[in-house]
Design a protein around this ligand. Sequence first.
Ligand SMILES: NC(=O)N[C@@H](O)C(=O)O
Ligand code: NI
Length: 166
Amino acid sequence: MTEPLDIQPLTKAAFAPFGEVIEADPATMRYINNGTTERFHALAAADVVGEGGRVIINLFRGQPRDFPYQVGMMERHPLGSQSFSPISGRPFLVVVSMDEGGKPGRPQVFLARADQGVNYGRNVWHHPLMSLGAVCDFLVVDRDGPGNNLEEYVFDTPFLISEPIS
Ligand SMILES: NC(=O)N[C@@H](O)C(=O)O
Ligand code: NI
């Protein structure tokens, strides 16, 4: 029996245990370029460890997920953080779990607006990219380099996400 998961709006406070929300937070804004540009400063930081690791910037083109969707697995990157910033003008789903003795706990599902991104902290359990409604592009900042930077966990019983938006 798959357990249904609720979906909550993505907010900085709710997401804090998992990482940062990348959004135009007025508290971070400073004017630059002679007042012609608003800089929303240091919303998140890339965290890369391990010999030879480096921060890279990628483009992910995600196929839309079909719903209802079964969350059967989670993953994490022990050597680096990973951020996703949508650039196709659509919302997306963010699915994360607290670590419980080396395994992901019950997933929490957030609906990210089209103007919100996330930075998963290093070694934070998350589900791979979940685009909604159309093929969507994301700017992704994460780690390249030697070492195993992917740990996956398959749930004994999957969790269910019903239709996220009308
Ligand atoms: N595999 C890969 O680069 N992507 C995943 O890490 C993901 O979180 O989507
Ligand atoms: Ni990942």
